[in-house]
Design a protein around this ligand. Sequence first.
Ligand code: ADP
Ligand code: MG
Ligand code: ZN
Length: 203
Amino acid sequence: MNYQTSFMYNESMDNRRIGYLEVIAGPMYCGKTEELIRQVKRAAIGKKNIRVFKHQIDTRYGFDKKLFSHAGLSFESEMVGNACQILDMVDNKTQIVAIDEAQWFGEKLIDVIDILLNRGKHVIVAGLAMTFNRQPFTPVPTLMAMADKVTKLSAICSICGEEAVYHKRISKGKTVDPHKADPSLVGKIKNYQARCRRCYKKP
Ligand code: ADP
Ligand code: MG
Ligand code: ZN
C-alpha cells in the first residue's frame, strides 16, 4: 500500500466509524465506578484518546477531580456542571468518552450522548438505574434501552448477604427528593445501604 492509498484507507475507515454505547448500571456499591475505571484503564493501555467526566455535584471525596470507587480505585477525570459541557470538551481526536454518575446529568444527557454516538464515539456511561425509593432514575433507563451493551451489576445486601438490586436511604432527618442530588448526601456511605428484594422492606 503506497502512502496515497494508505491515507485514503484511513480516512474511509474514519467515516465508517459508528458510535458504540455501553451502559453500566445498578444500585449503589455494585461496582459501577470500578467497572468504568477498569474499562478506561484498558483503553489507556491501548493508547486510545479518552475523556473521562464526572458531575461537579459529586464531591464526596472532596473536590478532587478523580473518579473514586468505594474500594479506593481512582482515575483522572474532568468535572462538568451539565451535559452540554461534555460536547464542548470532546473533539475529533477523542475516541472514548466515559461518564460516571449519569443520573446527575438529567434528561439532557440523552441528547448529548446521541450526538456523541453520531460523531462515532465509543461512549461508556455508568449510573444508578433506580432511585433509593425504587423509581427509574432518568436518564439511565433510557440510555440502557439505547445501548449496544448493558452491564447490569448487583451489590451485596447489607442485611443478609444476598444479591442486592436496590439501595435504600437509611438516614433519618430531612426528606429529600430521590431524583435530586443533595450535595451533602451524594454517595455518603452511612446514608445508604444495598438491599436485596426481601430486605428492602426492612427498616
Ligand atoms: P458504585 O460506583 O456502583 O457505587 P464502586 O465501584 O464505587 O460502586 O464500589 C464497589 C466496591 O464497593 C466493591 O468492590 C466493594 O469493595 C465495595 N462495597 C462496599 N459495600 C458493598 C456492598 N454492599 N456490596 C458490594 N460491594 C460493596
Ligand atoms: Mg460510583
Ligand atoms: Zn437481603
